[in-house]
Ligand binder design. Structure first.
Ligand code: D41
Length: 676
């Protein structure tokens, strides 16, 4: 009995997979929805009778997992790069010129793979032996979130690959919300009196980042794959266009509008074609992407910082619309910057309804002469905050009111000052100002700072609004009972948040210094300060001259740091953090004997197999070395990983020694400080 059941189950699964492929990949279904549903019903019934025959890759198991309390982190084995943007024909021509100059082999017109640039969420999906085992968001390109359960729920994603897939295949692409599904969801939200989604991109991102896969599964999502990450046992096809064809052969969805075009003129013609078809496409796009089709040339071109030299995103021009200014208000940011914001009569532009636009700073307001009541042109480009472009001449009413910089902070009432020569005015309230507190807390909790998972914007807003938290130190006194009373917080998430806050007590000095949010002290300055001073007391005691001894710290940053620690309120925060048990291991000041690699400058290029770039940088800087982004005569060593590009060429041209990862490991090992 069970053997016949097994046979029928196998048959049904194969049939359903075949029809999924016809429907989602070929867009050419052979059977009606009703017939498809009958197959699924039969399979479900059989599996219910024979639960021992249920496998995770059965089409019935797309949505199975229970809700998560948070997403696990996934480190991408091959970083997910970003795309360089171009907005004009000139920039696109310059891209093509640069590419051809670097590829001395090819003087003529190159083949480019051109595809629409979907406005969605970049993801990576790993198949082992043809079975979907993991899916992750792009995140910052190095680390993303494990969203396997939610990606499995997308009907166009095969759980098993067709044909002869390799032992390991990581594919990359974009999850998006089809416009029709987006409209349907928003209609339903309106009918229920709920908030609507701003645009399909946010809706897709929100759906993928649902902790409950059932909610995710109920959202209409589509997916297109356009690249590969890690692979084993597979020869990546010689052209991007062939890669897309092979992915389709594996049953993966690729964008039907992808084409190969000849040369830059082919690219521009494609851009015009897609631009004209844009309004009829079933998904939202914000431009097109050109990729050098030949893979050997892609490899030869390599990448700069985080973007390949062989690809370009050609964006559609920003959308503009006219509306009127209802009011101009002043917003206060983390460092007290007071920014004028125009409150607008809502207007639909670039696919979203805009009711606020930035005016950047008071000089800008005066230069553009924007007054309350004016008719203005606003512009929205991609994800950028909408801005006021200009006032429409001849439409000003007699009562239009000029805008003035407030003398006192609209949030806390502290004086607003504007230093000589600075465009930006600032509230002097520091942590005393609620607006600054709110932004400071968000910064303190950020992943690269104290990394407090679950302390999102909505929670911080409430904590500050209810005066439960005035400084980062107050976070450590919160209990689960208090947190559970907040909106959008349950018992369980309150407990998780208390645990995450407690876990952040154990930190590092660079993270803490970054997290304090001192003006112009980013991650690398925080690291330099920590390494120079070794502990926070020495740093707090340093004057501006001493601060300028730190590599890359000039008079401006030294001034910000000195003023920050001169403020008793900030000193009190540091003391309170310590009193609440926030601690970090001391860093030995890089005196010569403690910094065996002091004076040496390393440049990392290509992919390292054992170490992440961050880990290599950390290990080198901990030993006193500098890690630079570009090669010069002063570079001591270039560490070349796999697929190293122009930096390697430059090192060779300048005669800079090149070492591989194993040699780097040996250097790190032999120079390791005793006891560390
Ligand atoms: O449609 C897209 N949004 C798209 C994004 C695309 N068609 N191609 C892409 N290609 C790449 C490279 C060349 C780096 C593999 C991309 C992206 N990247 C990308 N998406 C988000 C960040 C980068």
């Amino acid at each position: 009995m069970s053997a016949t059941a097994q046979r029928r189950i196998d048959e049904l699964r194969a049939t359903i997979e075949h029809h999924d492929y016809r429907y989602h990949v070929l867009d050419d279904p052979e059977i009606s929805d009703a017939e498809y549903d009958r197959l699924m019903i039969e399979l479900r019934a059989l599996e219910a009778q024979h639960p021992e025959l249920v496998t995770p890759d059965s089409p019935t198991q797309r949505v199975g997992a229970a809700p998560l309390s948070s997403f696990a982190e996934v480190v991408h084995r091959v970083p997910m790069l970003s795309l360089e943007n171009a907005f004009s024909e000139e920039e696109v021509r310059a891209f093509d010129r640069r590419v051809r100059e670097r590829l001395d082999a090819a003087a003529g017109a190159l083949d480019y793979a051109a595809e629409p640039k979907l406005d969605g969420l970049a993801i990576s999906i790993t198949y082992r032996d043809g079975r979907l085992v993991q899916a992750a968001t792009r995140g910052d390109g190095t680390r993303g979130e494990d969203v396997t359960a939610n990606i499995r729920a997308i009907r166009g994603t095969p759980l098993r690959l067709r044909g002869k897939p390799p032992p390991l295949l990581e594919v990359r692409g974009e999850v998006y919300m089809p416009l029709e599904g987006f409209a349907r969801m928003n209609e339903a939200a309106v009918a229920r009196g709920e908030k609507t989604f701003v645009n399909p991109r946010n809706a897709a991102a929100g759906a993928v980042r649902q902790l409950d896969p059932k909610i995710s599964a109920s959202r209409p999502l589509g997916i297109f794959l356009y690249g590969v990450g890690m692979t084993e046992g597979w020869t990546i096809p010689a052209r991007h266009s062939e890669l897309l064809a092979e992915l389709r052969g594996f049953g993966l969805r690729t964008c039907p509008q992808a084409e190969v075009v000849q040369g830059i003129d082919g690219c521009l013609a494609y851009f015009a074609r897609i631009g004209a078809a844009r309004a009829r496409l079933p998904y939202q796009i914000d431009g097109v992407v050109y990729k050098v089709d030949r893979r050997d040339w892609q490899e030869q071109l390599g990448f700069v910082s985080r973007a390949p030299r062989w690809a370009l995103a050609h964006k559609f021009p920003a959308d503009e619309a006219e509306t009127t200014v209802a009011a101009v208000e002043f917003q206060v940011g983390r460092t007290g910057a007071v920014t004028p914001v125009a409150r607008l009569e809502p207007v639909f532009v670039g696919g979203v309804t805009v009711s606020n636009a930035t005016l950047h700073n008071i000089d800008e307001v005066q230069r553009k002469d924007v007054r309350v009541g004016d008719t203005v042109v606003i512009r929205r480009a991609g994800d950028v905050i909408p801005e006021v472009v200009r006032v429409v001449a001849g439409r000003r009413h007699a009562h239009a009111k000029p805008v003035e910089l407030p003398a006192y902070c609209p949030v806390c009432g502290s004086p607003v000052v504007r230093l000589e020569g600075e465009a930006i005015a600032r509230c002097t309230g520091g942590f005393r100002c609620r607006a600054q507190r709110r932004e400071a807390l968000k910064h303190y909790a950020a992943r690269r700072a104290l990394d407090i998972d679950g302390l999102g914007d909505a929670i911080v807003d409430q904590l500050v609004e209810r005066d439960l938290v005035r400084s980062p130190a107050d976070l450590y006194s919160l209990d689960a009972g208090t947190l559970a009373d907040l909106e959008r917080m349950g018992e369980k998430s309150a407990q998780n948040l208390v645990a995450a806050i407690a876990a952040s007590r154990e930190t590092t000095l660079p993270r803490l210094l970054f997290g304090l949010g001192i003006r112009d002290v980013g991650e690398s300055t925080a690291l330099a300060l920590a390494q120079h001073f070794g502990d926070i007391d020495a740093l707090m005691a340093a004057d501006e001259t001493q601060l300028q001894q730190v590599p890359d710290v000039g008079p401006v940053v030294a001034g910000h740091v000195a003023r920050f620690f001169a403020d008793p309120a900030n000193r009190a925060v540091v003391a309170a953090l310590r009193a609440h048990g926030v601690h970090w291991p001391p860093i030995a000041a890089p005196r010569a004997e403690l910094a065996p690699l002091g004076g040496l400058t390393f440049v990392l290029t290509g992919k390292l197999a054992q170490l992440t770039r961050e880990a290599a940088t950390e290990a080198l800087t901990a030993l006193g070395a500098k890690v630079a982004g570009s090669v010069s005569k002063k570079t001591s060593y270039v560490v070349a990983g796999e697929e190293a590009g122009s930096k390697l060429d430059k090192a060779r041209a300048l005669g800079v020694p090149v070492i591989d990862e194993a040699e780097l490991a040996a250097i790190l090992e032999s120079r390791r400080r005793p006891g560390s």
